[in-house]
Design a protein around this ligand. Structure first.
Ligand SMILES: [Zn+2]
Length: 320
């Protein structure tokens, strides 16, 4: 039995164009050309609660512009707020970056405490606040990449999206940038610039490692390298690390495309039969295929903390 079905779009592609599109991905991925990567940034910054929000937001945008990269931002109102934080999102839209939905309350659909109707309410509230942006795209980035702990919630949300002209916005490359950000921010705040610089270096190595891991897993699972979508956040470490990070990926032959292009890869339209649902789409497909030795949660601080401790890069309070 087929493990997944292809999503039905509102404006369905013809069989021929779908076949050609799939063929072109297969050709691009098997022809030895560069691996492709797109950048997505979750959450949004809130200038009312984060004094340096404007500075970090501007740094991220100016780095993207310098690198000639078109990205996508997924604000959650719980993180951006509904005031100045949304003004910062407007800066993304004005720079041409797509804006999607990351819900109002940033609750996990995998939580037993969150019902399907409560989650739908979160999505609808996010939609109402975000759809006014000129580069708005009706795509949902699930908080924590959790797409439901039960078949009822997972399939109910898929049905809701299909009925409301929405698509899910999964990632192929998951990585713990939020954890590196916590460590980086602690050193930055206490004036330990040398340590912060070392964390930044370790962070870039971590992203390259995760990209290589998920690309390898994709080749195993899909038989090809897809157009990758990487999960990042609007945070301090990315404001500092983006130029070096982009240079490091380019030096290894990676080519950047916009998320709008990358989401055209058929892998992001798979409806994978796993529970709990979610995580990287490559990881979930590997799990559905029964590939063993997949760690869970796929990406978490428990894997990164020992690495940073061994490098003596944990801040005092958490180095015990
Ligand atoms: Zn988030």
């Amino acid at each position: 039995m087929c493990r997944y079905v292809t999503r039905t779009f509102k404006a369905p592609m013809t069989f021929l164009s779908r076949a050609l599109s799939t063929l072109s991905f297969v050709f691009l991925s098997s022809s030895g050309l560069a691996q492709t990567l797109s950048l997505t940034f979750d959450d949004g910054l809130n200038a009312d609660t984060q004094p340096r929000a404007r500075e970090w937001n501007q740094q991220i945008l100016s780095h993207l512009e310098s690198a000639d990269i078109s990205a996508m931002v997924f604000p959650s109102l719980a993180r951006s707020g509904t005031g100045t934080g949304l003004e910062l999102i407007m800066d993304w839209a004005k720079a041409g970056h797509a804006v999607g939905n990351h819900t109002s309350r940033h609750r996990s659909l995998a939580s037993a405490q969150v019902t399907l109707s409560e989650f739908v309410q979160d999505v609808a509230e996010g939609d109402a606040a975000l759809r006014r942006f000129p580069t708005w795209v009706p795509m949902l980035r699930f908080p924590y990449l959790k797409e439901g702990d039960t078949a009822e919630k997972r399939d109910g949300m898929r049905a809701w999206m299909a009925a409301n002209g929405y698509r899910a916005a999964p990632v192929s490359i998951d990585a713990s940038d939020w954890y590196y950000n916590q460590i980086y921010a602690a050193h930055s705040k206490s004036g330990e610039q040398a340590k912060a610089a070392q964390v930044k270096k370790a962070y870039i190595a971590h992203l390259l490692d995760r990209a290589s891991y998920y690309d390898g897993l994709a080749k195993q699972v899909l038989g090809r390298s897809p157009m990758h979508v990487m999960l990042l956040h609007t945070n301090e470490i990315n404001a500092a690390a983006l130029p070096d990070m982009v240079a490091a990926f380019r030096a290894l032959g990676w080519r950047f495309v916009s998320p709008r292009t990358a989401f055209g890869d058929p892998v992001y339209s798979l409806q994978i039969d796993t529970l709990p649902a979610g995580e990287s789409v490559i990881w979930a497909e590997a799990k559905a295929m029964g590939i063993s030795a997949l760690r869970y949660p796929a990406e978490d601080s428990v894997y990164e903390e020992p690495k940073l401790r061994s490098l003596s890069l944990l801040p005092q309070a958490s180095s015990k």
